[in-house]
Design a protein around this ligand. Structure first.
Ligand code: SF4
Ligand code: SF4
Length: 179
């Protein structure tokens, strides 16, 4: 099976440095508003700060995959004497809680690493975190080409569902004419 190189983008979180300022939530929601920077609504942010001010807990969590069913996990975590609820570290958009849902429609939100054209040097939340909590990292990994093609096909199907075949075909034709 052919292997291809894939760029993996990650954001490392140094949670001890977070002071709960919520700058990351603000800029994420502004960057993803339409048009860009037209509104600020942290409820639309793809990063959420789990806040327990009385326990001195500020924990940034990124929106991950959508899951249609609540999981069975009921663990509690105690770290440095602070107790965290069972769902605190979970990134899923799930029926049992309200975070990572578009406030008007209820549709799931997911961190897209601020994909843009041309690409940004680093995601907006990383750029705006003045406490160096969020550190952007890139690495290359070898992956199966067939698996990547399946992902491309799945992405194309959802784009067609959302925008219609004609618009997607027009965009592909436009891109293929570029050098
Ligand atoms: S911008 Fe940085 S310090 Fe402020 S809440 Fe977000 S992660 Fe924490
Ligand atoms: S990387 Fe971009 S999309 Fe993801 S949480 Fe940060 S600002 Fe939002």
């Amino acid at each position: 099976m052919a292997k291809i190189k894939k760029k993996i983008k990650t954001i490392k979180v140094d949670a001890d440095k977070c002071n709960g300022c919520r700058g990351c939530e603000i800029v994420c929601s502004a960057f993803h508003s339409t048009p860009r920077y037209s509104t600020i609504n942290p409820a639309r942010s793809r990063i959420q700060i789990i806040r327990h001010p009385l326990k001195d807990v500020w924990l940034p969590i990124f929106a991950g995959e959508y899951t249609p069913a609540e999981c069975m996990g009921r663990e509690k975590y105690v770290i440095d004497g602070k107790e965290y609820d069972e769902c605190t570290f979970c990134r899923a958009t799930c029926p049992s809680r309200d975070i990572f849902k578009e406030p008007d429609s209820g549709l799931p939100l997911k961190c897209d690493m601020c994909e843009d054209e041309p690409p940004l040097e680093q995601p907006k939340c990383v750029e705006w975190c003045l406490n160096d909590v969020l550190v952007y990292e890139e690495r290359e990994e070898e992956v199966e080409e067939s698996v990547e093609m399946e992902k491309v096909e799945t992405g194309l199907v959802s784009m067609i569902d959302k925008y219609g075949l004609d618009k997607v075909a027009e965009a592909i034709a436009r891109i293929s004419q570029k050098d």
